[in-house]
Design a protein around this ligand. Structure first.
Ligand code: ATP
Length: 561
């Protein structure tokens, strides 16, 4: 598949005027630099009309060179820093605007590697391109000057330059494979780093596993070393080969054209001076070609993630679909792609079921039975591969799924607590937030400072309580809780099942909970089981009426006063 470098084209368009300024300016600076060289050469060889005139020419020209060079530098710096910010922020937008399914399938290490490494490499494109154009223009001007001095000598120079150009191209093309491999190794290393940090506990307890992990990482590092060695050897060769060719040209001019064929002294000196002058620009151009190649590989990597290209209006709020509505699944299925070629991927469904507003359904099921998958579908994070989900009487489709998601509050097994607390700007909700914090015994563990939790590095049970508070004060009409109570003390389990869940029901919410707390199954309106992707009804209950005496209702009432 040929990957279009969309992000590069977009940046080209956005910064067209920067390029339109800096690239011709680079050429102009090249021409002026050569003029300086010409003044020096004239002063050295053919003599000058007056010393004053030549000196005046010289100092005015280098003054102009300084002024234009600084101006060009300002524009180049703006181009680089603005483009760098844009690539970073565009990539963040792409991750945010891509579907959950997409980001999940790419995986954290790849997203991390691209955000941290590729962007910085890609930005080299904007750093080196203007410099490269300026250097190329110096080289072109130098060639023109040499042609002016002697066309015959230039033919010899050209023959050697053509040979050098050909060899440069071959070397750069050879390096491409190494660069791609290096980039792949960076992804694998990110995965290893994630594993050794997240799996530190397991590794500390098992030296055999540590040995395996160490061997794996060393394998990747060895791959990286070999590819780095290959790429750096080629790049090093490129640099020295370029220098060698240049000295070879100097040798041909000095010994063959000058001393053997008797080329004029002014021409020989002019050639030698010019070639020495363009030594650095040539080195920079060769270095820049390797940087550009690396930048191109990084841009390709960014594009290959195939993250969303939609431009989402971030200020536009997505309206929720509505509340106090039933959630109905008709013939719903979800099929994962096969992990191994010979086996079929896991399939959930077909499921027919209605979750009523004001009712709590508990779902039980063994490991791998599909509970998390079902929750992701119910939350609108996965699109079912078959069947329809209706909220109220509205079938969920691509155009209304963002509005549906606004109705859902999910605490998944691998939940995340953001520091920023989303709470309505009302006295009642502010009070409710404070009450919830103290009811769930978090007031000693965490503070609320300027609308944020003071910290989120708490125990798993405490973090889950923070997540529950956030979920509660969001007032969303569908609440999905994946084994929320599993990490809680008996006292919090009791508050949860006997007070919080009844209060959510009383507010007319659809409440679905994955639970294995059989002591509290009687508090559910319905107990269902997921078995191999099939949802089976176990029993319908008539849970005891909510007593207005319960502690949580008192808390709610106190907030209303
Ligand atoms: N991203 C994925 N790609 C392919 N298959 C997957 C993916 N995620 C889960 N599965 C498969 O789907 C099946 C159900 O997984 P799911 O996580 O929904 O089960 P679960 O009931 O939540 O399990 P647990 O109680 O262990 O968390 C499993 O067999 C799992 O291997």
């Amino acid at each position: 598949m040929r990957i279009q470098l969309e992000s590069l084209n977009r940046l080209y368009k956005k910064y067209f005027w920067y390029f339109a300024f800096t690239l011709p300016m680079g050429i102009l600076l090249g021409v002026i630099s050569m003029h300086v060289l010409q003044i020096i050469n004239d002063a050295l060889t053919s003599g000058v009309e007056t010393i004053e005139y030549s000196a005046q020419q010289f100092f005015i020209t280098i003054g102009v060179l300084l002024g234009l060079g600084v101006l060009n530098e300002f524009v180049k710096i703006r181009l680089v820093v603005n483009a760098s910010r844009d690539i970073h922020s565009r990539l963040v937008d792409k991750v945010l605007d891509s579907s959950y399914e997409k980001v999940e399938s790419i995986g954290l290490p790849k997203v991390n590697a691209t955000l941290s490494k590729d962007v910085d490499t890609a930005i080299k494109f904007f750093q080196v391109l203007p410099q490269m154009v300026a250097n190329i223009s110096i080289i072109v001007c130098a060639i023109a000057y040499m042609a002016y001095l002697s066309v015959t000598a230039l033919m010899y120079v050209f023959a050697l330059i053509a040979f050098a150009g050909l060899s440069f191209t071959v070397i750069i093309l050879l390096s491409r494979k190494y660069l791609q491999n290096i980039r792949e190794c960076a992804d694998t290393l990110m995965e290893h780093y994630e594993a050794i940090v997240k799996g530190k506990k397991e590794l500390s307890l098992d030296s055999k596993r540590q040995r395996y992990v160490r061997t794996d990482i060393r394998g990747t590092l060895e791959q990286l070393r070999k590819n780095n060695r290959g790429a750096l050897t080629l790049f090093g060769m490129l640099e020295h080969w370029g220098q060698f060719i240049l000295f070879a040209i100097l040798g041909v001019i000095l010994y063959y054209l000058g001393m053997t064929l008797g080329l004029e002294k002014t021409v020989v000196v002019g050639y030698i001076l010019t070639l020495l002058f363009i030594l650095e620009p040539i080195e920079q151009v060769t270095q820049a070609s390797t940087d550009l190649m690396e930048a191109k590989v990084a841009f390709k990597k960014i594009e290959s993630l195939q993250l969303s290209d939609d431009v989402v209006d971030e200020k536009q709020e997505v309206a929720a679909l509505g509340s106090n509505l039933n959630l109905k699944l008709s013939n719903i299925t979800y099929q994962y792609a096969a992990q191994v070629e010979s086996e079929k991927g896991f399939k959930i469904g077909p499921i027919d079921c209605e979750f009523k507003a004001g009712e709590a359904t508990f779902i039980i099921g063994g490991n791998g039975s599909g509970k998390s998958t079902l929750f992701k579908m119910l939350a609108g994070l996965y699109s079912p591969t078959g069947g329809t989900i209706e909220y109220g009487d509205i079938p969920l489709e691509t155009n209304n799924i963002p509005s549906y998601r606004e109705c859902v509050s999910l605490i998944a097994a691998d939940f995340w607590v953001f520091k920023h607390i989303l709470v309505n700007d009302s006295v009642e909700d502010e009070k409710l937030l404070q009450q919830l914090v103290s009811l769930l015994k978090l007031d000693k563990a965490v503070e609320i400072i300027e609308g944020k939790w003071s910290k989120t590095t708490l125990s798993q049970g405490q973090r889950k309580r923070l997540a529950l508070i956030q979920s509660y004060i969001e007032h969303k009409p569908i609440v999905l809780l994946d084994e929320w109570a599993a990490d809680q003390d008996p006292v919090f389990k009791k508050v949860f099942y006997e007070e919080i869940v009844p209060s959510l029901k009383a507010q007319g919410k659809v409440v679905i909970i994955v639970s294995h707390d059989d002591n509290y199954y009687h508090t559910a309106d319905r107990l269902m089981e997921l078995r191999d992707g099939q949802l089976i009804l176990h029993k319908n209950n008539k849970p005891a009426e909510i007593t207005q005496n319960n502690q949580f209702f008192k808390v709610l009432d106190s907030c209303k006063e």
